[in-house]
Design a protein around this ligand. Structure first.
Ligand SMILES: Nc1ncnc2c1ncn2[C@@H]1O[C@H](COP(=O)(O)OP(=O)(O)O)[C@@H](O)[C@H]1O
Ligand SMILES: [Mg+2]
Length: 366
């Protein structure tokens, strides 16, 4: 399967005075992925990010956005078409939250009615009540302001989102919440996100792939497990001892969740023609979509009738945000090789298997 490339850096160099602060970076970022840039302070992460939307022009090399050379695009247009979120989000204090969110839409003179509609959509998207639209930034907590920053960046419905240590200035609990929200949000918006952090745990958690930078160069690119197993001395020292456990502790279940599981509503017959997708069991759901049990296909009678007594209990559903490490723990303690996954509203979403978790260790690392 070939994936579309959203952002491409070809031998990109940035020189200040005589120093190459970005030194020949090559990178292909796929459409719809969260690509994390990480590395020690001063290694060139922010500069690399800002060259993508040309807040900083590059000295040489090529930067392509959707296949088009950024040097040939109108700089203002380019910046408007790429969402940008920074650590101290810089909401304008004298404007309301609504005005802050729709700032870009005002600039491009979208009709007032559309701006209002969009503000309402976006505040819901980032999980805050619509009543906050009338507030001013100082009436929001740091975490809430950061959510507004994300809403503002999404206002013009950009395909690409650049995030520079967006959760760096909030407390650890809020940070974890914002990371989970970003992952949940990404399932619906499917943007290409370039995310800068200096926190390896955060990188493991949000990154589909991670690029480690060192002195303006890309030292290594790969997914969490590839990085953990990387033999390069700098990568090893940066990722740290015990990184494999850190990674498993931060990769959420939804990365390996299987969601094509055959299921049936309680009291209804199972359609025997349903594709089993390799599964031998059928999940039984109640009228609200919550998992109540499972039944082996062998036990299903002719006409799909499920005999009373054949339905076995499910372990409690785990959150899609639960870490792989905790999921495996729950399997071990529960004596099962798989767990159901359920939304916060307890709607069945899929299952996570021990095999898929273990596969992460071998398969992805090749
Ligand atoms: N405007 C500038 N003029 C000169 N040097 C700069 C400028 N901006 C950044 N630098 C230098 O470029 C290097 C990379 O900076 P930056 O991309 O901000 O790093 P990071 O985001 O990884 O911490 C640093 O050494 C920094 O001091
Ligand atoms: Mg920086």
């Amino acid at each position: 399967m070939t994936r579309e490339i959203s952002v491409e850096l070809q031998d990109v160099v940035k020189v200040y005075d005589t120093t190459k602060v970005v030194d020949g970076v090559n990178l292909s970022i796929e459409k719809g992925e969260i690509f994390v840039l990480i590395g020690p302070s001063g290694c060139g992460k922010t500069t690399t990010l800002k060259m993508i939307n040309q807040l900083i022009p590059h000295t040489s090399g090529n930067i392509l956005v959707n296949g088009m050379n950024v040097k040939e695009l109108d700089a203002v247009e380019l910046r408007r078409s790429i969402g940008y979120v920074i650590q101290y989000i810089g909401l304008l204090p004298h404007l309301t939250i609504e005005e802050n969110i729709t700032f870009v839409l005002q600039l491009i003179r979208r009709p007032k009615k559309e701006q209002k509609k969009r503000a309402h959509e976006l505040i819901e998207t980032v999980g805050l009540p619509a009543s906050y639209l009338k507030r001013h930034p100082r009436e929001l907590s740091g975490g809430q302001q950061q959510r507004i920053g994300v809403a503002r960046a999404l206002a013009g419905d950009p395909e690409i989102l650049l995030m520079d240590e967006p959760f760096g200035a909030v407390d650890p609990l809020t940070r974890e919440q914002l990371q989970n929200e970003l992952l949940r949000l990404q399932e619906t918006i499917q943007k290409t996100i370039v995310f800068v952090t200096h926190d390896i745990q955060e990188a493991f958690k949000v990154g589909n792939r991670i690029g480690i930078m060192r002195n303006g160069k890309m030292a290594s690119v790969g997914n969490a497990m590839e990085l953990v197993k990387n033999e390069d001395e700098f990568v090893r020292s940066f990722v740290g001892q015990g990184a494999i456990f850190d990674a498993l502790d931060n990769i959420p279940v939804k990365r390996v969740m299987e969601n094509d599981i055959p299921n049936v509503r309680e009291g209804e017959p199972f359609k025997l023609k349903t594709a089993m997708n390799g599964w031998e069991n059928i999940i039984v759901l109640d009228q609200n979509g919550a998992g109540v049990g499972y039944v082996s296909l062998e036990d299903v009678g002719p006409d799909g009738v499920i005999p009373a007594g054949a339905v076995r209990p499910l372990l409690p559903g785990c959150s899609p945000d639960l870490s792989i490490k905790k999921a495996v723990e729950q399997m071990l303690y529960g004596g099962r090789t798989w767990l159901p996954v359920a939304s916060p509203e307890n709607v069945f979403e899929g299952i996570v298997t021990f095999q898929a978790c273990a596969g992460l260790l071998s398969r992805e690392a090749g």
